[in-house]
Ligand binder design. Sequence first.
Ligand code: HEC
Length: 162
Amino acid sequence: MRILVGVLVLSLVGCTATKPPTPKADAVPHVGDDWFVWRGQTLGITADQARARDAKLPDGTDGTAPPDGTLDANTQMEAAILWSQECARCHGQEGDAPEVAEGQAQPRSWGGMAAMGFLMGGDKMRAGIYTTIDQGKGTMAGWGDALSREQMWALVAHIESF
Ligand code: HEC
């Protein structure tokens, strides 16, 4: 019985994982103030309102993730652009980290079982990944100064979709 439930859960997980969108090769991510202007336009609010909205999102410290509906197709496309322009050179386009030179830190690959473990981890796990992106880890610098909270949560969702 337990095995049966396990199989059921695993197949459900497999079905819910949506593939990330593919950005155009020349797409440029919105960073700093530019993000809030652009995000405001997509939501029909001002840049200041977009900034206030962003400041209300969790910052990874209390183990929660943003409420459903915060991220949308615009943000997910933005995360895909960020990923391919800024993260893929170290983490691989599909989250399969390329081989690194001896002595360099090897980022973890997220495909297959790793991605599944991530999905099972829930909001606490998401918050941990968010904190790593925000503050950095080991040889990876943090992105918190350059990216909005929503962008970093979108990157968490992007990683989750591998
Ligand atoms: C210069 C290379 C480099 C770039 C660029 C980079 N990372 Fe990393 N990243 C690493 C390395 C190396 C680690 C492992 C650090 C450790 O465990 O000491 C890591 C770790 C992580 C982790 C923690 C999980 C793990 O693999 O241990 C996350 C999440 C992450 N990176 C996300 C991102 C995101 C999102 C971006 C782009 C916004 C990004 N990284 C850009 C090198 C990079």
